[in-house]
Design a protein around this ligand. Sequence first.
Ligand code: CO
Length: 214
Amino acid sequence: MDDYLQIFENNKAWVQSKLATDKHFFENLATDQKPHYLYIGCSDSRVPANVIMGLDEGEVFVHRNIANLVVGGDSNINAVIQYAVEYLGIEHIIVCGHYGCGGVKAALHPTDMGQLNSWLQAIRDVYRIHQLELDAIGDPHLRYNRLVELNVIEQCVNVAKIDHVQRKWNQTGFPQIHAWVYDLHKGLLEELDVNLQAYFSSIRSIYELKITDD
Ligand code: CO
């Protein structure tokens, strides 16, 4: 059988396995979604959000793109974040990068990649912001890993710049923003060792929108 058609067989088997443990599984899931987390991650096929988090259907709202970027003016991610905080009431936004990220690697080695050029520019901007630290790392592999981490941290900052997030902070103190990285070789998720609150505070005078709710 064609590999493509096999997917429908896989789907039927999955439905049967779900119904075998809970015959109301789909009816219950169809009533509403109340995920607790928004996961912003890389499109890389080896980093499936639900699977690595050990979460079931309905538990995580997901946005994925190349190199887990939160780019100002990207109406796609702006809509996802607005919906997550305003309508789903999500209190935890996770930005998750991964070591071995092809997007980050491509940004480290500038070449003309057509449409991808402007997308990868956002990662080169991260390099520019942290150039002193990155250039001081002699081992190219360690420098690459560190850019993966710094990219996650800067995308967390980009989440904090968004008006919908700042409005919700004023109202409720949420969402919390979390910086994670996934290790392809070990299968492990890690929280990055960074004090995001302190970082946000240090740049607050630049990005705080002083939103007033009428
Ligand atoms: Co990637």
